[in-house]
Design a binder for this molecule. Structure first.
Ligand code: GLV
Ligand code: MN
Ligand code: MN
Length: 336
């Protein structure tokens, strides 16, 4: 199947283990070039917008978009983002209408879709994004596909702990001001804050220790923060409990327009149950929905317990084929 071959070609870029195409890297550029070539092969006219996003337009109803992103987290999975792009090209080619978009830098805060929306350029009339679920809900429900009802909101920022550098051998334990020991307490506090508010999560994913010598007491530590909530009030509460100034904030959105109906009908007409679920991951569809676009998302079942942002991320060939088919059918409904 061509979608699987293309996923393999993207996965090979950047070297392993896993997918390594971080935003701003030559690997992200190489993936964009590959996708641009596939768009041209599909007969689409290809443009790069001022923010580096790639759009392949057919000659019919080019205002209806599908797509996703091609950047990855370090050592990411084969499907995250890439599936929505290769299936999107397939759908636009199959229907002979619509456009496919590849946004830059989704993993680092949806920088491409946010810049595009903020620029006030001409927004699509509808946007469909196919994505792996990245969680266990569909696997547990025994359902290959899911219809997304809403996308979590998130905020990112950092906590900085200051201490005093000193000699690891000669400074008595009682006289230390160790920034990393203080940071350890903060990491536990972040976990407690995420656990204390229903439906929320909070993660420290990066720790930078200065000066970073094995025999030096740490003088400064930066902790990255990624906190998420199903609604704005809970996001506010989480930020306040942890006590940080977000450098990025994306509001939660509901997905409930005609695009979602098109996906629902496309799922139902195949005799499948319409399983609804919300997304704990951020997506470009959420950014477009917040900008007023009629956006909708189709999830495909993740195997291996739903693991994602990992080389173990897996969806079956059959589910990928089914999802691509449903995406195409929904696009056909929207452009008709
Ligand atoms: C994007 O994958 C995210 O962090 O939700
Ligand atoms: Mn993604
Ligand atoms: Mn991701």
């Amino acid at each position: 199947m061509r979608v699987l071959e293309r996923l393999a070609a993207l996965y090979a870029i950047g070297g392993g283990p896993g997918a390594n195409r971080p935003h701003g890297s030559p690997a992200e550029d190489e993936a964009f070039e590959l996708a641009a070539g596939w768009m041209r092969e599909a007969g689409l006219s290809v443009d790069v917008d001022p923010d580096g996003n790639l759009v392949g337009r057919s000659g019919v109803r080019a205002d209806v978009w599908t797509g996703s992103h091609l950047d990855t987290v370090p050592q990411g999975g084969r499907f995250d983002g890439a599936l929505g792009v290769v299936a999107g090209i397939e759908a636009v080619e199959g229907v002979g209408a619509g456009s496919v978009v590849v946004f830059r830098g989704e993993e680092v805060g949806c920088v491409g879709s946010r810049a595009f929306s903020a620029r006030g350029g001409s927004l699509p009339s509808a946007f469909l994004e196919l994505h792996v679920e990245q969680g266990p809900v569909l696997e547990q429900a025994g359902a290959p596909l899911g219809l997304v009802t809403g996308i979590v909101g998130y905020a990112r920022g950092e906590l900085v702990l200051e201490g005093r550098a000193g000699h690891a051998g000669t400074t008595p334990m009682t006289l230390r001001d160790d920034a990393l020991v203080a940071a350890a307490g903060e990491i536990l506090r972040v976990r407690e804050a995420g656990s204390a508010i229903d439906g929320c999560v909070a993660t420290v994913g990066k720790v930078e220790v200065e000066p970073g010598g094995v025999n030096v007491i740490p003088s400064r530590v930066r902790l990255s923060l990624d906190v998420r909530a199903p609604d704005s009030a809970r996001l506010d509460a989480l930020i306040e409990t942890i006590g940080f100034e977000p450098t990025q904030r994306v509001e939660p959105v509901r997905l409930e327009g005609a695009a979602r109906t098109a996906l629902r009908d496309a799922i139902a007409e195949r005799g499948l149950d319409v399983v609804e679920l919300s997304s704990g991951a951020g997506h470009d569809a959420g950014i477009l929905a917040a900008a007023g676009v009629d956006a909708a998302m189709l999830f495909v079942r993740s195997r291996n317990g739903g693991i994602s942002h990992s080389p173990d991320e897996l969806s079956s060939d059959e589910d990928v084929a089914l999802a691509t088919d449903v995406l195409e059918a929904a696009l056909r409904r929207l452009v008709g």
